[in-house]
Ligand binder design. Sequence first.
Ligand code: AMP
Ligand code: MG
Length: 395
Amino acid sequence: MLISIAEARERVLDETPTLLPEGVPIEYALGRVLAEDVTAAEDLPPFDSSAMDGFAVIAGPAAELAVVGESRAGHPTDRPLEPGEAIRISTGAAIPPGADAVVPIERVEVQDGRVLVPVTEAGANVRHSGEDLRRGEAVIAAGTEIGPAEVAMLAALGKPAARVGGVPRVAVLVTGDELVAPGEPLAPGQIRNSNGYAIAALASRAGARVTSRGATIVRDDRAATEAALSEALDSADVVCVSGGVSVGPHDHVKPALAALGVEERFWGVRLKPGKPTWFGVRDGKLVFGLPGNPVSAMVTFHLFARPALRRLAGADPGDSRTTAIADVALPRAPERDQVIRCRLTLQGDGWHVEPTKAQGSHVLSSMLAAQAFALVDAGEGEIGAGERVGIELLG
Ligand code: AMP
Ligand code: MG
């Protein structure tokens, strides 16, 4: 029985644990998922400071003031400012005690140790301590993917390391007697192994560490298939195997997995392309049997394996669903939901989608420049040009 995309995703996530978090120095935290709520341990900025190079003053009318000292970045002065005085100050330097405003250098005249300043409002050009964040304030929530801004914030708040989710290990295997590595000559009847590279790249993008290389080709042989899968199960949290999951006499993946004690959770999704997708589990490890057709392998990885990798890493596996206007009619398929590879364009009335090109499951070039999958539900007729269609954004 074929199940829906949503049902398949749910069955995958039902079986997907979250890996144990670990501490990492923030310089290695990019792309990881925060496993702790980060609160500000100190005020940011930590002290009142000057936003300009100029003179720290007591706010008031225009005046001629005596220059009595200097506060430089990293070298504060503890000389309190008295009425009639100014202290030379640089950007980022601490506001001296008693001062409450800074007059920029461009707006003063300096002569013989004295400075002429215009009328000044209290607080002018002062960055107040805690203006960015207050001590104790919640800053970044657990589950957030760490990007450059998060790395910067962790550093600014004085955290040299962060607790982050684990990195899922993914083993990628491809099956097929016809497969040849890029760089090798093609004999009659042979094709290049592209899935190994596609799946490894998708897994890396999803934040995983690929334990096998793209070239792990398994021949259509029952013993070889079982041996390769057994090794993959020992070395990875997730095994992705492409091809060989149908019912042909040379499809050995399912019986090999059964012999290894991997329990099937589904086989067959009401999806085009990607119908023969298989999913099973063994002791908390996940196995995805992805279809061999190159587009099907990429589409089904995105729909089913990617959310699992995000959950393993501690992130919200949620999809990036929205809608867009179809620029051309998208015919429905009577029995299967379709995933159409599309280009996205922003027009006056919002986002539009248009198929990249012909959509056969073997047309790998339809994945080039694809920024979104349009999801066309099964049924009669079509989604007309100008109508809205559900889309999933590709990362
Ligand atoms: P299968 O699921 O093994 O029947 O394969 C379905 C189709 O995908 C066949 O045309 C295969 O030649 C092709 N195919 C299988 N594995 C790969 C691969 N690693 N790279 C590119 N095409 C593949
Ligand atoms: Mg095959």
